[in-house]
Design a protein. Sequence first.
Length: 196
Amino acid sequence: MSFLQEAKFELDKFLAPSAKPEVTKMIRRSFQNKKNQMIAELLNHPVTVEIKGGIDSQNISGTLGGGSANLYSFIGFESGTDPIDPIVDFLQKSIQIKFTRTGARFLMYTVEIPEPKEIFDITPMPWATGRSWAKGIESGISGLGYYLRKESRTSRSGIGIQSPRKVRKKGSQFKNTKYITSLINKYKKEFKNLEI
């Protein structure tokens, strides 16, 4: 279920009710700027940059302990796909603002913003139905000790396989990182008070 945020904007006591259309336009512009800022923040996140870099990217997110491993091949995305596109498309379509007018000097707007679970629902693991790779970034993804960066025809990404034996040093484990949940929670607050 999407999160609905209601906020009331009180017009200046000297501002005529006829100014509402212009004020509405200003609030809508502020909303769009905030929405653009949110999507830009997602696109500039180290996890996003790393995944969009494909099989040749470095582990700039630090989730895999650096080295030659990267999220694209470790998670096993299909070669040539961009797993970030569905998230951006969903945010573009689902984040909306609606206005209601109450009283002579008030504007009420409601901003609809998705819950993290809605993002998790559209980011399935390539190899595990019912699990989300985006949620895994935050809560952990197992198997790092068995991950081998190697070209293979059986590899979805083309350059990563799971070895039957541990191939990484003891203690190698996925490092959980703040991602979708923190972004959504931050912008729930940001959209609460749009500036004009």
